[in-house]
Design a protein around this ligand. Structure first.
Ligand SMILES: Cc1cc2nc3c(=O)[nH]c(=O)nc-3n(C[C@H](O)[C@H](O)[C@H](O)COP(=O)(O)OP(=O)(O)OC[C@H]3O[C@@H](n4cnc5c(N)ncnc54)[C@H](O)[C@@H]3O)c2cc1C
Length: 403
C-alpha cells in the first residue's frame, strides 16, 4: 500500500473473504501493482478452502459431463502449480479399480484417461503427470488391501494432492509480500456503491471501520449472496444451490496412493486417500437447504457418515471392523441452480459484475481450488476498465509458493 492509501484508507480493491479465491485475487491484484485489502471474518481458509478433497486436478469425472474446457484449464494450472509450489503439492498415483459390476468399463476408462492425457497438452505429454497404465494383476496385493473379489482391472494415473488451507495461506503470504493488506478477523458489514467507487464498512478489533475502494470483490464462498444482501443499491444475485460435501478422517494408513471408487449405493465417485498419516474418505453431495450460519459451516450428517463408511468398507475389507473416525468436515459447493443431480452440474466459475463497463462490484460464484490463479487473473482482466493504471510488480505464473 502506498502512503496515500495508508492515510486515507483508499484502496484500488477490497476483497471480502480469505479463502483461496480471496487470497488468489489479492495476489493477482498486488502483482498488478494495485493496492488491495482483504477482509476475512475468521481465519484464512476457514470456509470451503480447508474442507475440499485437497486435489489439484483436471477432474477426470468432468469429462463425462463434457466439461472439456474446464478440464483442460485445470490440467494446465495443475502443471503450473506443481512447479510453483513443490513443497505444497505432490503428484500422487491414483487407482481406479473396475469390478464386474462397476458402471465404467475398462474400454471407457481407457478412452477417458487417453483424453485426460491429451487435454494435459502436448508440452506435458511426456510427463509422469499424464501417463496412465493398467496395473498388472501381480501388483494388486500391494494396493492397501483393496478387495480383489470380482476385480477385473485396475487403472493407474497421476494427479496432485495438497493441503488446501496451507496453499491458501501460502498464496496470501505471497500477496502480502507484494504489498496486499489483510485484516483478520474482520467482518464485512456493508457497502454503498457510488458512481465510480464504493464505501465499505467492516468490524475489526471490536470497532467499526470504513474505507473507500474503486472496486469491491465478493469472494465470500457460500456466503456470497448473504454479502450481497448488505450492499446498497441492492445488486442482482444469481440463484445458487449450496451442495454439502463431507469427508471423514479414519484411523489407519492408506499409503500407496489415492483410490477413486464408485459408491456401491449410487455409483458416485468417492476418493479414499492418505491424509496426515491416516485415511481421508469423501465426498458426499447433499443439497443444503439453509442459509449457512456465520461463521460456521454445516456439520456432517449421520447418513453421510454411513454412506462414506459403507463405501470404505466395501472396497477395503480391513475397515469393516469398527474403524475409528478421527474427525469429519463438510464444505459447501456453490452451484448455479439447475436441472438434474448436483453431481453432474457444470463446475465453471461465474464472475458476476454489477455493470459491464467499469464494474464497482464483482462476485465470484463457485470455482475450483485448482484453478484459483487463473480465476484471479480473469477477475483482474474483468476489472481493468474500473481500475487506475499501475506499474506491474510480478507475474503470478512465476511466483513461487512455499509452505
Ligand atoms: C466438498 C468439496 C470438495 C472440493 N474439492 C475440491 C478439490 O479437490 N479440488 C478443487 O480444485 N476444488 C475442490 N473444491 C472446490 C474448492 O474447494 C472451492 O471452489 C474453493 O475452496 C472456494 O474458495 P472460496 O475462496 O471461493 O470460498 P471459501 O473458501 O469458502 O472462502 C470464503 C471466505 O469468506 C469469508 N467470509 C464470508 N463472509 C464474510 C464477511 N461478511 N466478512 C469477511 N469474511 C467473510 C469466510 O470466512 C471464508 O473464509 C471442493 C469443494 C467442496 C465443497
Amino acid at each position: 500500500m502506498d502512503n496515500l492509501s495508508r492515510m486515507t484508507n483508499h484502496y484500488d480493491l477490497v476483497v471480502i473473504g480469505g479463502g483461496i479465491h480471496g487470497a488468489g485475487i489479492a495476489q493477482a491484484a498486488a502483482a498488478g501493482g494495485f493496492s488491495v485489502l482483504v477482509l476475512e471474518q475468521h481465519s484464512l481458509a476457514h470456509g470451503t478452502s480447508s474442507r475440499s478433497s485437497k486435489l489439484i486436478h483436471g477432474g477426470l469425472r468432468y469429462l463425462e459431463s463434457g466439461q472439456m474446457a474446464l478440464v483442460r484449464e485445470c490440467l494446465h494450472e495443475r502443471e503450473l502449480l506443481l512447479n510453483l509450489a513443490p513443497d505444497l503439492i505432490q503428484l500422487q498415483p491414483f487407482y481406479i479399480p473396475i469390478y464386474s459390476n462397476t458402471t465404467r468399463r475398462p474400454a471407457q476408462l481407457r478412452v477417458g484417461l487417453s483424453l485426460y492425457a491429451l487435454l494435459g497438452g502436448p508440452s506435458s505429454m511426456m510427463n509422469k503427470a499424464t501417463r496412465f497404465r493398467r496395473v498388472p494383476r501381480r501388483e494388486w496385493d500391494n494396493l492397501d488391501g483393496l478387495a480383489t473379489d470380482d476385480l477385473e482391472a485396475v487403472f493407474q494415473y497421476w494427479d496432485g494432492q495438497t493441503d488446501d488451507a496451507a496453499l491458501t495461506r501460502a498464496v496470501m503470504r505471497s500477496a502480502q509480500t507484494l504489498g496486499a493488506h489483510l485484516h483478520m478477523p474482520a467482518t464485512f458489514t456493508g457497502a454503498q456503491l457510488h458512481e465510480d467507487s464504493c464505501s465499505v464498512t467492516y468490524q475489526h478489533n471490536g470497532q467499526t471501520h470504513t474505507c473507500e475502494t474503486k472496486v469491491l470483490v465478493n469472494a465470500a464462498g457460500p456466503w456470497v449472496n448473504r454479502v450481497l444482501g448488505h450492499i446498497t443499491p441492492a445488486p442482482a444475485q444469481l440463484a445458487v444451490d449450496l451442495v454439502q460435501g463431507t469427508h471423514l478422517v479414519v484411523a489407519g494408513n492408506i499409503t500407496h496412493g489415492i483410490y477413486y471408487v464408485e459408491a456401491p449405493q449410487d455409483q458416485r465417485a468417492v476418493f479414499v486417500m492418505p491424509w496426515q498419516g491416516n485415511t481421508l474418505v469423501g465426498t458426499t453431495e447433499t443439497v443444503y437447504k439453509d442459509d449457512p450460519a456465520v461463521p460456521l459451516l454445516p456439520l456432517p450428517q449421520k447418513q453421510e457418515h454411513d454412506y462414506l463408511m459403507q463405501t470404505l468398507a466395501h472396497y477395503f475389507p480391513a475397515y469393516r471392523n469398527q474403524p475409528v473416525i478421527l474427525s469429519a468436515f463438510a464444505g459447501l459447493r456453490v452451484l448455479p441452480v439447475g436441472e438434474g443431480k448436483a453431481f453432474s452440474r457444470p463446475r465453471e466459475t461465474i464472475l458476476h459484475v454489477d455493470r459491464l463497463e467499469c464494474p464497482r462490484l464483482l462476485t465470484v460464484y463457485g470455482g475450483k481450488l485448482t484453478a484459483y490463479r487463473l480465476t484471479a487473473e480473469r477477475v483482474m482482466q474483468r476489472l481493468v476498465s474500473a481500475l487506475p493504471s499501475r506499474t506491474v510488480r510480478a507475474d503470478t505464473r512465476t511466483l513461487i509458493l512455499s509452505a
